[in-house]
Design a protein around this ligand. Sequence first.
Ligand SMILES: Cc1ncc(COP(=O)(O)O)c(C=O)c1O
Length: 396
Amino acid sequence: MNLVDIIIMGDLMIYLDNAATTFPKPESTYYYMNKYTRETAANPGRGSHSMAVESAEIIFETRELLAEFFNIEDSMNIVFTKNCTESLNIAIKGVLKKGDHVITTSMEHNSVLRPLSTMESRGVAMTIVQADEFGMINPKDIEKEIRKNTRMVVSTHVSNLTGTIMPIEEIGKICREKGVLFMVDSAQSAGLLEIDVKKQNIDILAFPGHKNLFGPMGIGGLYVSEDVEIDTFIEGGTGSMSSEIIQPDFMPDKLESGTPNLPGIAGLKGGLEFILETGRETIRKREDQLVKVFLETISSTWNIESYGPKDLKYRSGVVLVNIKDLDSSELASILDRKYSIAVRPGYHCAPLAHKTIGTYEKGAVRFSMSWFNTLKDIEQASQALIKIAEECGQEE
Ligand SMILES: Cc1ncc(COP(=O)(O)O)c(C=O)c1O
């Protein structure tokens, strides 16, 4: 297969793997990536010439836009990372200390559970609060687990498996009342749902740039409130205090060393501008509509099982399904090969979430929608799923 074939195939595919990374991106994302690769591609903060200053400016502007987006007072408390996983690792490993207790949930991605498990092996006690069969967390269950030495609660905003929207405002309120730090993994919500760090009492926010914020892969971010004590993750050149061999103690330089991903940050600015122009609520409504049509279309097929909350108010653009007696990888492979539909089977890096909803044995297939999907995509995908289910049913 040559490059032209691959591009043609990309055009023909119905892409429903947006929870992994959104595709395609808005034109503004491509525009900025191109501009800050071809025209303004100097290393920011490493020189005072005008090209370097121009690069530093786009980084500043992106930080400011993110601050506006999440209602963060000082944009300097936002650092750029390579993805949400890196953001989560920086915060989990930089904040928790031996003797601390941390609370998390059974709906977390491995990018939360694995660093937390590492910290457990270094003397941090961990409690995992169980969600219900729809993937929903009851904030009271978190409150009950708070101890004297509880340092932090870490929760996902939206499950990447079931699309369940967690009651983060209530959890944040409990954390504030009890004097516990609240950290949110917004991998599936940033850009799609309201995130207001003040209203929701979020002390630490980890976000990817490449999902609902419509930036390219390779860019993420982390907000850390100034009240949080955090250790550095890596140290190196920051372009500031360069005559010293000690890492600066001020943000964002404290947590941001080395050459930044300029095309990624610029592309993220394009994504943010697109959301501001289109309207976050409008994007959310479109996804709701697609999910509604999909769920209604497949609901009467007896051997299709779907998971997650029944009420659309509590779910994002993710629909998780199984066909009775068909392996999830086999289903995804048929969708890919026979119908050119891109979905994700298996475990979605969320083993405890699969245990919670009862799909640990065979995994499940995730269809995830985004702004650029059309009703036609959804009709074709749901009809393909029904056809495969009917064929499987007949074999019984
Ligand atoms: C809930 C959740 N958290 C964290 C991550 C990790 O994000 P990234 O791929 O940007 O590292 C993902 C990725 O899919 C996710 O869905």
